[in-house]
Design a protein around this ligand. Structure first.
Ligand SMILES: CC(C)(COP(=O)(O)OP(=O)(O)OC[C@H]1O[C@@H](n2cnc3c(N)ncnc32)[C@H](O)[C@@H]1OP(=O)(O)O)[C@@H](O)C(=O)NCCC(=O)NCCS
Length: 329
């Protein structure tokens, strides 16, 4: 293995165009090896990367070689005391020179400063990634199930909600938004102590990438869903949106709340021409799978979820709650 002089530093706005280029390049190579697509992967937009890196600016990193070339990057995000990193890449010609290992060590150290749980998701095809993460202190937890919901096939069940019955967090006045964020924080904290999605809810709205719908029960938030309606990649015309986060209060009627959230989501997404939604269910929450399938979700693939071995025990324990969210972005 050859070696290379490189240094790791915090990612800044001027790096984002190069990060987008490297990311599309390494994943095009990866897809060609493992999944064989026809065309190079389009780059992620700089605006999307700005949003992705806004959560924990200290933890998003680049590796720079002595000649100034970018030879690696890692994106990272904190949701309160739960932090994860990904996506992550080293250009194919620089792989195997310990750049990836160094990026993992620095990002993990940074995330552990504020998080009780530090994790990641990777592709099951990639034994070498699982090996690398195992060597750097991570252990496999439950797999994440990637699910797909056809808005066309589910139209009969999910359409017909009156537009005025859709509750968008971003449309509320300041007092309403604050009170909903309080409810959203209460739900997340009941799922995992310290988990906090509120920055994600604000960021998705602020960066105009999607919106959050809220299910109310009396004056309390019973569930919410942050939906990404704008694609990650510039020229994506697949008609796909993402249920980025969906969580239901453990004491709520999950059947009723889920149906309410999906009808709200259908109303918003169908009106802008989306045809299907993708989401991920961490295997810790696998008891919700039946509920999701009864509501039209279909399993499409899985991802390997890993957590730093010193993470709080919840990372490795089952839960009966409903919490859709991927540790990858
Ligand atoms: C994953 C990636 C970032 C790693 O970067 P890298 O700079 O090549 O990684 P490093 O050189 O630091 O480390 C490779 C390590 O993995 C180890 N490794 C490789 N294959 C392995 C296997 N099958 N089992 C165990 N360990 C393995 C190597 O031995 C090496 O460990 P060492 O440092 O103890 O020698 C890079 O391969 C990449 O960009 N891949 C494509 C995109 C991708 O998969 N991103 C991650 C998505 S989760």
């Amino acid at each position: 293995m050859s070696s290379l002089d490189f240094a790791i530093r915090r990612m800044v706005d001027e790096d984002l165009a190069a990060v987008a280029e490297i990311e599309a390049g390494v994943f095009t190579d990866w897809y060609r090896k493992y999944r064989k697509p026809q065309n190079p992967l389009p780059e992620r937009t700089v605006e999307e990367l700005r949003y992705s890196t806004s959560f924990d600016p200290e933890a998003n990193l680049v590796a720079i070689a002595a000649d100034g070339a970018m030879v690696g990057f890692v994106l990272a995000r904190t949701w309160g005391e739960v932090g994860w990193f990904g996506t992550f890449g080293v250009p194919t010609q620089f792989q195997g020179m310990s750049i990836g290992r160094s990026l993992i060590e620095v990002v993990t150290e940074q995330l552990k400063r504020s998080c009780r749980i530090v994790g990641l998701e990777t592709m099951p095809e990639s034994g070498s990634n699982i090996g690398l993460y195992t060597k750097t202190g991570f252990a496999v937890t439950f797999p994440t199930l990637i699910l797909d919901l056809s808005l066309i096939k589910q139209a009969d069940r999910l359409s017909g909600m009156d537009r005025d019955d859709v509750i968008l967090w971003g449309r509320g006045d300041e007092a309403t938004k604050l009170s909903m964020l309080h409810g959203i924080r209460t739900i997340a904290d009941a799922l995992v102590p310290g988990l906090d999605y509120t920055r994600e809810i604000k960021a998705i709205c602020e960066y105009h990438l999607g919106e959050t719908v809220v299910a109310m029960d009396g004056g309390s938030v019973a569930g919410f869903a942050a939906v990404r309606t704008v694609p990650y990649r510039g020229s994506d015309t697949t008609g796909r949106g993402y249920i980025h986060i969906l969580a239901i209060h453990p004491d709520a009627d999950s059947e009723a709340v889920l149906l309410n959230l999906l009808r709200q989501i259908w109303n918003r997404c169908a009106s802008i021409g989306l045809t299907r939604l993708v989401t991920g269910l961490g295997g810790r929450y696998q008891s919700a799978l039946g509920l999701l399938m009864r509501n039209g979700f279909m399993g499409v693939r899985a991802a390997v979820r890993m957590a730093d071995r010193s993470s709080a025990p919840e990372a490795f324990e089952l839960s009966t709650a409903v919490n859709l969210a991927r540790w990858a972005g």
